[in-house]
Design a protein around this ligand. Structure first.
Ligand SMILES: *Cc1c(COP(=O)(O)O)cnc(C)c1O
Length: 232
C-alpha cells in the first residue's frame, strides 16, 4: 500500500508542477513518519523514499538508532530547548525553529559538537493563536539575527497552514509565504541560503506546490491515518 501511495503522491506533485509550469525535480517529498513503525519506513525506503519527517525528539532518536544515516531525518515538530542536544548531528534539516532562543540553543549545542545545523524558520502565516512560529513581520529580522550564528545555517522557511476541508482556503497563506521567501532571498544576508520553502501537508500539498513549495510534508497520504494514543 505504501508503494502505491508514494506513487500517487509523486504523480500528484508532478501534475501540480505541470499546472504551475514548474519542474518536479524542484520539489522534495518528505514522508512524515511520526507514530509509524520502522517497518513502514523500511517499506517506503524500498519504494525509493529518502527523506522522513518526525515530530517528537524521543521517537526521532529511537528511529535514528535503528536506521542511522541511511535515510535523511527532518525534525518538523515543536522543539523544546532542553531537548536540542539529543538531535544535533542527526538531522538533515530542522524545520521548526520558532524563536531566537531556540536558535541560540541550537548554536550552543552545534558548537559543542563542531557541526553546522541546517534549519528553517517557522512562520505562523495565518496568525493562529494555537501555532508556534514567527509572524511574517518578525521573520525578516529573525533571519538576520540567526544568520549571525556561525553554526546555524538558515536554508528557508516553513509553515503549517490551518487544518481545513478546503485546500483552496490555504492558497492565500502559501502565496504570502512564497512572497516573504522571495523578499528574503532577494536580499539574503551572508551565510543564509534560501532554497527550501516547506509548506503543504496531505490535505493541501498540491495547492502548496502550485504556489511554489520546494518541500511538502506528507504523512497520512503515504502511511495512512495516525493513532495518537501513545503520545497523549
Ligand atoms: C504531522 C505533520 C505533517 C503531516 O501531516 P499529514 O496531514 O498527515 O500529511 C506535516 N507537517 C507537520 C508539521 C506535522 O506535524
Amino acid at each position: 500500500m505504501i508503494r502505491e501511495n508514494l506513487e500517487q503522491v509523486r504523480k500528484n506533485i508532478a501534475d501540480a508542477c505541470a499546472r504551475a509550469g514548474r519542474d518536479p525535480s524542484e520539489v522534495i517529498l518528505l514522508a512524515v513518519s511520526k507514530t509509524k513503525p520502522l517497518e513502514m519506513i523500511r517499506e517506503a525506503v524500498a519504494a525509493g523514499q529518502r527523506a522522513f519527517g518526525e515530530n517528537y525528539v524521543q521517537e526521532l532518536t529511537e528511529k535514528y538508532e535503528a536506521l542511522g544515516n541511511s535515510v535523511d531525518w527532518h525534525m518538523i515538530g515543536h522543539l523544546q530547548r532542553n531537548k536540542v542536544k539529543y538531535i544535533i548531528g542527526k538531522t538533515s534539516l530542522i524545520h521548526s525553529v520558532d524563536s531566537i532562543r531556540l536558535a541560540e540553543q541550537i548554536e550552543k549545542e552545534a558548537e559543542k559538537k563542531d557541526v553546522s545545523v541546517d534549519v528553517l524558520l517557522e512562520v505562523n502565516v495565518a496568525h493562529e493563536d494555537s501555532k508556534w512560529g514567527f509572524t511574517p513581520e518578525e521573520t525578516i529580522e529573525a533571519v538576520k539575527t540567526v544568520s549571525a550564528f556561525p553554526h546555524v545555517h538558515v536554508c528557508g522557511l516553513m509553515t503549517s497552514a490551518p487544518i481545513t476541508e478546503d485546500p483552496e482556503s490555504n492558497r492565500p497563506y502559501f502565496c504570502e509565504l512564497r512572497r516573504l521567501f522571495d523578499t528574503i532571498a532577494a536580499s539574503a544576508p551572508e551565510h543564509v541560503d534560501m532554497r527550501v520553502l516547506s509548506m503543504g501537508m496531505t490535505g493541501d500539498y498540491q495547492v502548496a506546490v502550485e504556489e511554489g513549495a520546494t518541500l511538502v510534508r506528507v504523512g497520512t497520504g503515504i502511511f495512512g491515518a495516525r493513532d495518537y494514543g501513545k503520545h497523549d
